[in-house]
Design a protein. Structure first.
Length: 346
């Protein structure tokens, strides 16, 4: 992270590791908590003409802590026929996917855990690990509703990973690199028709890719209108049916943390990440304000995710698959071809 090369000379390896782990936890949990309070508790309530939680703390600001305390106190129940080890490990596998995503997200010129040349490739690869955790949860619960939910989730996530990845290919072609820091700098130092006042945020040139990416993210999060794997009216809670106590809380945290991290990835790929116009992109000030800029852009993208979540009704299973296979994938391929042609011509 920021200044870690300097700190490495003064700190032992275990101390440096603890600092990185602490920063990583904060980078995942703080956005998740902010999203829950702002969008789940408040925005959804006002959209439905109600106030939301108001009793725990000023304007309900401590309701999230009350919820966490409630779930920690609940009994951690294992179904009698469950595969105990797989059942217990599933939520940690899902969370691991989210924490690995944070590793390659740049928050400033030097503020990055691991600066990989294939950063976006790594991010898309580790995002698929959550599918394994969901399948583990559905199979190990020894419950037919959980198994159906796990199988639905696997089919959905595999189908929508294709448009998710193809939407990113257009960005990679335009930036000429798979390095996440390089993608940010390509936008910061780019020009729009010869004018570099705003740089070249790819939201303009890759708008189609952005829309495809956001739809695919919504499906990857199994949120409405893509919530078939946990459809309460059909599967109770799908792969979550048998979970209680802290393990259910871990799945809950994983859902909102993943939405925050995916929003940060979208902000990095299409909105310029930690960069804002008017300041030299090599300035060290971005190591200080960069995380705040990225957080603001992340919350903007997350707003759209939760706006759609609270607005649209659930798809049928056939509609869900048809959207991915017959519409999003061909559209993303057309976007790749057009990007490649324009890259060669200009």
């Amino acid at each position: 992270m920021m200044g870690m090369d300097v700190l490495a000379a003064d700190l032992a390896y275990w101390q440096e590791t603890l600092i990185k782990v602490g920063i990583g936890l904060a980078a995942v949990l703080l956005p998740a908590g902010t999203i829950v309070y702002l969008y789940l508790f408040k925005m959804m309530s006002f959209m439905q003409s109600r106030l939301g939680p108001m009793e725990a703390g000023p304007y309900g600001s401590l309701q999230l802590l009350a919820e966490v305390g409630k779930w920690i106190q609940k009994e951690d129940i294992f179904p009698s026929r469950a595969d105990r080890f797989v059942f217990a490990a599933a939520p940690f596998v899902v969370l691991m996917s989210t924490f690995l995503l944070v590793l390659v997200l740049p928050a400033g010129p030097d503020a990055v855990f691991v600066d990989l040349n294939v950063g976006i490739y790594f991010a898309l690869a580790v995002s698929s690990i959550s599918v394994i955790g969901i399948l583990m949860a559905g199979w190990s619960s020894a419950n037919k509703y959980s198994l159906l939910g796990g199988l639905r989730a696997a089919g959905q996530l595999i189908a929508y990973e294709l448009p998710l990845i193809l939407a990113v290919v257009g960005v990679v072609i335009q930036a000429g690199t798979m390095n996440m820091q390089g993608i940010v700098l390509a936008q910061a130092d780019g020009e729009i028709f010869g004018w570099g006042g705003l740089g070249n945020p790819y939201i303009f040139t890759q708008f189609v890719g952005f829309i495809i990416f956001m739809i695919a993210v919504q499906a990857e999060l199994t949120q409405p209108p893509f919530d078939m794997p946990i459809a309460e009216s059909e599967l109770i809670s799908g792969y979550l049916t048998e979970y209680s106590g802290i393990r259910f809380l871990l799945f809950f945290i994983g859902e909102f943390a993943t939405s925050g991290v995916f929003s940060a990835v979208a902000a990095t790929l299409f909105l310029g990440g930690w960069y804002v116009p008017g300041i030299d992109s090599s300035s060290d000030i971005f190591n200080v304000i960069g995380p705040l800029i990225l957080f603001g852009k992340m919350m903007l993208v997350a707003f759209f995710i939760y706006w759609f979540r609270f607005t649209y009704p659930r798809f049928r299973e056939d509609q869900l698959q048809r959207l991915a296979l017959k519409f999003l994938i061909p559209l993303s391929l057309a976007n790749i071809v057009s990007t490649g042609v324009l890259k060669v011509v200009f």
